[in-house]
Design a binder for this molecule. Sequence first.
Ligand SMILES: Cc1cc2nc3c(=O)[nH]c(=O)nc-3n(C[C@H](O)[C@H](O)[C@H](O)COP(=O)(O)OP(=O)(O)OC[C@H]3O[C@@H](n4cnc5c(N)ncnc54)[C@H](O)[C@@H]3O)c2cc1C
Length: 535
Amino acid sequence: MSGTPKRILILGGGFAGIYVARRLEKILRPEEATIQLVNQENYWVYQPMLPEVISGSIGLTDIVSPIRHLCPRTQLIMREVENIDLARKVVTVSPGFRPRQLELPYDYLVIALGGVTNFYGMPGMIEHGKPFRTLADALALRNHLIQVLEEADVETDTDLRRKLLTFVVAGGGFSGVELIAELNDFVHRVKTNYPRLRNEAVRCVLVHPKEHILPEMDAKLALFAEKILTKRGVEILANDRVTAATSEKAVLKSGREIPCKTLASTVPSALPAVLQKLDCTKDKGRLVASSSLELAGFEGQVWAVGDCAAVSTVAGNPVPPTAQHATRAAELAADNIVAAMRGGQARGFEFEGLGKLASLGHFSAIAEIMGVRVSGFPAWVLWRTIYLMKMPGMNRKVRIGLDWLVALLFPPDLVQIKATRESGITRQHFDAGEAVFNQGDLGDNVYIIEKGQCEVLRGTEHVADLGAGDYFGEMAVLGNVSRNATVRAVTATDVLLIPRGDFHQLKTSVPAFGAVFEDLARRRAETNHQPSEPS
Ligand SMILES: Cc1cc2nc3c(=O)[nH]c(=O)nc-3n(C[C@H](O)[C@H](O)[C@H](O)COP(=O)(O)OP(=O)(O)OC[C@H]3O[C@@H](n4cnc5c(N)ncnc54)[C@H](O)[C@@H]3O)c2cc1C
């Protein structure tokens, strides 16, 4: 081996990336190689426990570990991977405080960027669906649940209260089932804190495209899970899928609509954008790698591991996207990198899985371990023991153990953590017939139509049509009065919302922006004895 240390670059700090780094740190001497790892966060998330963050039975920061503690010899680069140039063997990452991109050359590359929730082709899902994959997703969903309960407690409109108390989860795989179980428990338990909600019905719905939930699990155990969830009041809608959403409802493939203000989704999964554009062989949206985990066409240079890789075991079985497979594949990839460096022989991936576990919350779970099926309380104890043992670091183990103890002794916390100012320009999607706002509503936003058509109604009288590029709603915001008309979507419509605060800020900082809207408001006010535009 030459005197210059080789440069090993790992992309992604999830199960796969972290286990590659840890293994390499163990095997390689510092003078043999430098190890760099790029991840957009400086922590690693223990995703199997993410659903418990929703109910608060595990503290938010207790399921994450600082990457610097887990892999002390690896240089962490907390940036976003923006481009991978396989020909030049260079990875480009996003700028930091200084607005300059950073280029990272490598000798050996590990791609372990996992997957992302992809709502492409599902109208309204980007705007109104809540993905559930990251710590930020879990925090956002928990905050949202508390928000809708607070709102439902003061809401007098029965229809709106019912929507606020309806919770839909799309996808009946492991994460969807664990999520609906925790969400259902949490909402029922904290509801007792809201005097006007104690006797109100809560509706939790799990939408699943197949006949039965948890298709990867033994059929008897999946049926047990269905029974438990149904007994706890979860409605399971089988053979259907969520295809679209608006701020008022979830729309299913069957044509069924569920009026709701909460729609969380654990599916579908896709490659992160930087891998979608990567020029290499892909299969069903994943990077094709050999059983020795080498990227097809880049053997000996690039390894693909974890959820982003399409790999088959030596026996020819496809490797499922789970943590237990990602960690084992990661260790093998590290061994094979060392073999490539030292001139050894690469090995193939042989691990076929030890078993499957799914928590159903509330002291119940199902488990299938080495052919043995367990359900109910014993499976729940098994689930907790196994996952606690797998959590790296005594510090986190103790914290989680204490969290579980506290959760057994005390009711769930319902503090809403507002980490950011809730503001900013957003988008909304409306189906034909849905109201953007109603006459008499408060002027809280200014709207710009991006796509679609709306009509303006005063009472039942049709007074104007609005189309792409039209903006409306400024009069009520500028005059601090309520809406003088209803605006309703005539076709499926996408609008941009500028909240009142941001609108005023923009108006003050950019006089030309303010002038456009003030002029428009003046012209609309001049015809105000018979105004045709909504305020
Ligand atoms: C809610 C939930 C529950 C689960 N429960 C279980 C379970 O009980 N058992 C089980 O075996 N599996 C479970 N899984 C699946 C398991 O978590 C995944 O299989 C595993 O995380 C895959 O590891 P990975 O390293 O490939 O991807 P990830 O863990 O997703 O890691 C990818 C990393 O790459 C980073 N990244 C992505 N794009 C970029 C970029 N452009 N720049 C920089 N960094 C980037 C991400 O931030 C992330 O840190 C669950 C998954 C979820 C979402």
